[in-house]
Design a protein around this ligand. Structure first.
Ligand code: IPD
Length: 323
């Protein structure tokens, strides 16, 4: 007898397999997933309109840090839905922070929703299809739920601490999980970012040069990629589609959701607690939590402390004010 496809409802319900009702933060996960899908519909409609937003505004007098009416409308929607459902949770959202002169509220032990309504705003403005909504729940400073939805490519990445990571019904990682970590075979993701100061450019270009041409101490990597979205860069690591991602200058909303997706996929992500040379002296890879507000991320697709230490040596860190 010919195999029949599972009923559509069952196909669509993979998120209940990924995060069962027994998971401690399942109610948040389901509410956040519903609003991420609503957000995705709004973003996709605006994206497919084919008209770049006429006047994307800039933030903090930085010509390359854009914001559009869609970013603001989507954050307002997410905030109202999730604050109604979880009134005791704190909220940190990219556009709410921007409206408060860039001042993020301090992250405390209290459950905190961290939201990037549109990560990849420059892509959104240009029609480059790496655009997503990223929603995280952070409890006692640690990300425990992550949802990253790219509505243009219809890729939904989810994770709940302790329950694994998934994309469109498939457990992560999807690619090359059997290969060891080896710089010579590595795809390295990094970004131009928004900070174009001399110190930042020296560090970034120095890192690119070192990664591509190497210096004799380490071999060159196979290639460099950028998606233009910090959250989607981390999801590429979780997929196993790239080996290393490093960026300084990210914000909590770019990193928090996808950080739990990386670790639940079996990867490793560290922040300022390990990238800053002084803080690294006391870094214990088994117990130091990822510094969500530290503006830095280094992620690798497998938990491999020795390879992580090697990658520290290959990038040039630089100072960045905390969120
Ligand atoms: C930016 C993107 C970009 C990264 C920047 C982020 P936005 O977020 O994630 O890839 O290089 O550091 O600020 O502005 O598109 O939400």
């Amino acid at each position: 007898m010919a195999a029949t496809n599972p009923p559509q409802a069952a196909q669509q319900d993979w998120t209940r397999t990924a995060v069962p009702d027994a998971a401690p933060f399942a109610p948040f996960f389901r509410a956040a997933l519903a609003v991420a899908r609503e957000a995705g519909a709004i973003i996709k409609t605006a994206f497919e309109d084919g008209q770049a937003p006429p006047n994307p505004n800039i933030k903090d007098a930085n010509d390359v840090d854009l914001v559009t009416a869609t970013d603001q409308a989507v954050e307002a929607l997410i905030q109202s839905r999730l604050r109604d459902a979880f009134p005791d949770y704190a909220f940190i959202g990219e556009e709410t922070v921007a409206a408060n002169n860039g001042q993020a509220p301090p992250l405390t032990a209290r459950p905190t929703i961290i939201c990037d309504p549109v990560d990849g705003t420059t892509n959104f403005v240009h029609g480059f299809p790496f655009v997503c909504t990223a929603l995280a729940l952070v409890v006692d400073h640690a990300p425990v739920v992550g949802i990253v939805y790219n509505p243009i490519l219809d890729q939904l990445y989810v994770a709940h601490k302790g329950y694994g990571a998934w994309c469109n019904g498939q457990p992560l990682p999807r690619h090359r999980a059997a290969h060891g970590m080896d710089a010579r075979a590595a795809l390295f993701i990094t970004e131009g970012g928004h900070d174009r100061s001399q110190v930042a450019m020296d560090a970034k270009i120095g890192t690119w040069r070192q990664a591509l041409a190497a210096d004799g101490k380490y071999p060159p990597v196979r290639g460099i990629r950028c998606t233009g979205s910090g959250a989607l860069n981390l999801c590429m690591i979780a997929r196993g589609a790239a080996d290393v991602y490093w960026e300084v200058g990210l914000h909590a909303w770019d990193m928090a959701a996808a950080a739990v997706i990386v670790t639940e996929a079996g990867g490793m992500v560290v922040g300022d607690e390990a990238l800053d040379e002084d803080r690294r002296k006391t870094w214990d890879p088994t117990s130091t939590p990822f510094d969500v507000m530290g503006r830095k991320a280094m992620a690798i697709r497998k938990h491999d402390v020795a390879f992580m230490r090697e990658t520290f040596e290959r990038v040039t860190d630089y100072p960045c004010p905390r969120d």
